[in-house]
Ligand binder design. Structure first.
Ligand SMILES: C[S@@+](CC[C@H](N)C(=O)[O-])C[C@H]1O[C@@H](n2cnc3c(N)ncnc32)[C@H](O)[C@@H]1O
Ligand code: SF4
Length: 336
């Protein structure tokens, strides 16, 4: 078995924070049925720049900050300024967007902000499926925006900004996998990242809960293997999750070295469990981060994650996967 490496690094028994995900807003202009937003009743709002600066000052310096939560980050007009301020703290910075509002002006502002990676959410290249899965703005518009961003990255000398297609592994995404990888290569993108559908919060009879992860591993595995071959040939990095490889050594370690901060300051354990009504360890605007991170509750939670016996994680579809392989280092800067 491959030895686990530095991911478990800690100082005096206290895990080192390497990655923070901060939510610029939880408002959205899309109504995706598989998204947590469609199934909760949290208050909506934005983190303004002043509050963002406060959050940065409360947190220790970390190598990577991802500006995304449950909501569309581009709806917050301060996103480029947030990126700039995070970069000034020495962090590499990424964001994830539905790309619907990525006008040329906004794309340039984003690239000029010093962002290091942009994840672009596109699950399918079938227009009807896109409208069903990601209702808001047409697929044509989203793809035109992505194409213009990729062109600007190339012509404007922003080649070191990583561009990734982010897919949720619903059946239409698996069917579109090879076309999306081909499009990524045509546009000069770097990476295609496939994430399992997290259906833990969806009603059991919800039609979007259907996922190859629940039923047909064979089809999924064949599709991702062919996609991997194509991606290697086209020079695209392809990151699929493991659906049926419950290998203990590949388990997720997100909460051991990362945390999620909501627009209103709640600290939750990871990007797949960002709902403070389900679990949070404190609020940054009320409690010192150090106290939150070192609290007995957080410590016990991490111990359960480390021992692979946290009930909340048992429901997570990305609990085991290639991105968690000890050699893959999920906290490398180009990982989602
Ligand atoms: C919550 S969205 C927020 C950013 C932005 N609004 C977007 O859609 O790109 C972040 C990523 O999570 C994905 N996502 C949403 N709901 C999901 C779910 N139930 N399971 C897995 N991924 C999900 C989205 O497709 C997107 O790539
Ligand atoms: S665009 Fe993103 S945040 Fe908005 S509903 Fe869809 S997945 Fe959720």
């Amino acid at each position: 078995m491959i030895e686990r490496e530095t991911l478990q690094a800690s100082v005096n028994g206290r895990p080192v924070l390497r990655r923070v995900q901060i939510e610029p807003t939880n408002r959205c202009n899309f109504t995706c049925g598989y998204c947590r937003r469609a199934h909760w009743s949290r208050p909506e709002g934005d983190m303004d720049l002043e509050r963002f600066q406060e959050v940065l000052s409360y947190l220790p310096e970390v190598p990577y900050i991802h500006l995304q939560g449950v909501g569309e980050p581009l709806l917050n007009k301060d996103l480029p300024a947030m990126i700039r301020r995070s970069r000034l703290r020495g962090a590499r910075v990424g964001t994830t967007t539905n790309a619907s509002m990525l006008s040329k002006k906004k794309a340039k502002a984003l690239l000029d902000s010093g962002v290091n990676r942009i994840n672009l959410s596109v699950d399918t290249l079938e227009a009807a499926d896109f409208s069903r899965l990601r209702p808001g703005v047409s697929m044509e518009k989203v793809l035109a925006n992505i194409s213009a961003l990729a062109e600007l990255r190339h012509s404007g000398g922003y080649e070191d900004v990583g561009l990734t297609f982010a897919l949720v592994a619903v059946p239409s995404a698996i069917e579109s996998l090879c076309s999306i990888i081909t499009l990524a290569a045509e546009l000069g993108l770097d990476e295609v990242y496939l994430q399992n559908l997290n259906g833990s919060f969806l009603p059991t009879d919800d039609p979007v809960k259907e996922s190859y992860g629940d039923s047909d591993y064979t089809y999924y595995n064949e599709a991702t293997q062919s996609a991997q071959v194509l991606a290697s040939r086209l020079g695209i990095r392809f990151l699929p999750p493991a659906m049926d490889v419950p290998d203990y050594s590949w388990r997720c370690r997100w909460p051991l070295h990362g945390c999620n901060v909501t627009w209103d300051g709640f600290v939750s354990p990871c990007c797949l469990q960002p709902d403070p009504d389900v679990l949070h360890f404190g609020n940054l605007f009320e409690t010192d981060f150090e106290k939150i991170w070192s609290s007995p509750a957080y410590h016990h939670f991490r111990a359960r994650v480390e021992a692979d016996c946290e009930p909340l994680c048992a429901k997570c579809p990305d609990r085991y996967g290639q991105m968690w392989h000890p050699t893959a280092n999920p906290f490398a800067e180009l990982q989602p």
